[in-house]
Design a protein around this ligand. Structure first.
Ligand SMILES: [Zn+2]
Length: 203
């Protein structure tokens, strides 16, 4: 045992998983970024455009902390119920808000609630975005305990992506054990490839 809390990192990465946090940036983003950094984890942040526009400094903080910034619509509507023009506006305004904030031009898009169809997908593609859903749902949006969130990450295999959120206290509290669990299985937190839509080694 050592007295210092070193990040839980495997000696070698035998695989990569995609940690994702939706619906920021918000009042919890700074604590989430601190926890991820302290535990040697990188993640993809699917931001709402309206929050990126309201909190540009937090978008820059996400980038500075080594996170990947992605598009999660502007106002979080049920996109499949909207017109093409409305869907396009949700996507393009978010691209602009993130870019204006200093988050770069996102390459990844997650529709709210994971609800999509051919129209949503093709409009996203028109903006150079790859649609990313998830393989594992942590259920943190549904009141899952920290224990349950940690257990859900134990189901991840190489290349897979898990849905979590920037907000729930139980998610924040689970971060150190998520890091330990992944490290014990030789898994590292990776970036999501826009080409394959799967988690890969960071570029
Ligand atoms: Zn969401």
């Amino acid at each position: 045992m050592t007295s210092t809390a070193a990040p839980a990192r495997p000696a070698a990465c035998t695989g990569y998983v995609g940690l994702t946090f939706d619906d920021g940036p918000s009042g919890t983003t700074t604590r989430l970024l601190d926890a991820l950094r302290q535990n040697g984890l990188r993640a993809t942040m699917f931001n709402q455009g309206q929050y990126a526009a309201a909190n540009p400094s937090l978008v820059r903080a996400q980038v500075a902390a080594g996170m990947w910034v992605a598009n999660h619509s502007y106002t979080h509507p049920h996109l499949t119920r909207l017109s093409q023009a409305q869907i396009d506006s949700e996507i393009s305004r978010t691209q602009q808000a993130i870019k204006n904030a200093g988050g770069g031009t996102p390459k990844l898009f997650r529709p709210p609630y994971g609800e999509t169809n051919a129209t949503v997908k093709s409009l996203a593609a028109r903006h150079g975005l790859t649609e990313i859903i998830w393989h594992v749902d942590s259920q943190d949006w549904n009141g899952a305990s920290s224990d349950a969130i940690v257990r859900s990450t134990a189901r991840l295999t190489n290349g897979q992506i898990i849905l979590m959120h920037d907000g729930p206290a139980n998610t924040l509290a689970a971060i150190p054990r998520i890091a330990q669990g992944l490290a014990s299985r030789g898994l590292c937190a990776g970036m999501i490839s826009p080409q394959s839509g799967r988690a890969v080694a960071p570029a």
